[in-house]
Design a binder for this molecule. Sequence first.
Ligand code: 13P
Length: 347
Amino acid sequence: MNLPQLRDTAQALFSDDKGLLAMDESLPTCNKRFASLGIPQTLEARRAYRELIVTTPGLGESIGGAILFDETIRQKTKDGAPFVTVLIEAGIVPGIKVDQGAKDLAAFPGERVTEGLDGLRDRLGEYSRMGARFAKWRAVIAIGDGIPSRGCIEANAHALARYAALCQQAGLVPVVEPEVLMEGNHALDRCFEVTEKVLREVFRQLYSQRVTLEGMVLKPNMVVPGASCPHQDTVEEVADATVNCLLRAVPAAVPAIAFLSGGQSAEMASARLNAMNLRFKSRLPWALAFSFARAIQQPALELWRGRIPTYRRHSRLYITAPSATRLRAAANTLPRWRRDDRKQAQS
Ligand code: 13P
């Protein structure tokens, strides 16, 4: 394992308060998001959408790494430039989602385990040759009556650790994503308890599989009340709970923690991350950053709505300029159209 190389990659991903753009929706997920906005669910529509994103002017000012999907890493712009090349030229490190989705966990009703270890070694080699420098694997843990079970947490944590070890062997930084889902009416305390339990097990398995913590990135959920919980805690309460939970369970050797947005609005996810950095940054052993999919892309997707014939003219995404204080950079990574573009698109 080449630790200096892994360290360099991890550092490049989060330098200058940058974060990750998770543009790695699987086919079913991407098609579902297109369908809800009346966008055709075709290969060309997906390609055009990804081109729109990777050619966003100024993207590299806020985004240090972009997570691609198997379909996307092989695609090119209309002008024939591979997306990987476009990203590298913009100063963005290409990454790749390598899990093959969460499937029902046998004998555990209502729980899922992420698959994709078979053949992973070869796939990592291929992605590395295509230019990927880091990878992502997402495990999902649901909160409900009597769940999550210990069996589900252990199975997912073990798979994450096996994946992470293979990544490091292949020279790719593993982004380890155990996502405790927001669905449900549970309170914030319950999310705290489950997230802590899951993270402790993940790090136990990472240790057992000899994963080098200095050469990985953790991608957790924030500690939030369930989406349908009647009491929604304040931004500061969520920031405090999240950081306190992480302090209990995440070793200081991990260089960076990049949160998923998990269905939070763009504004909410950014506000909570900003609050964490403003309140705790100087006291934390790891960088706190973002690895958002929906919270970065959804506002832009809703504006674009698949205007394929004309998107080049007036549907480009724009990232607002970083603010004076780098601490607030996360809030400024949300894609925005310039006002004149927005007017045209709505006309
Ligand atoms: P969201 O930010 O939409 O939760 O997606 C993050 C991600 O990469 C899920 O695997």
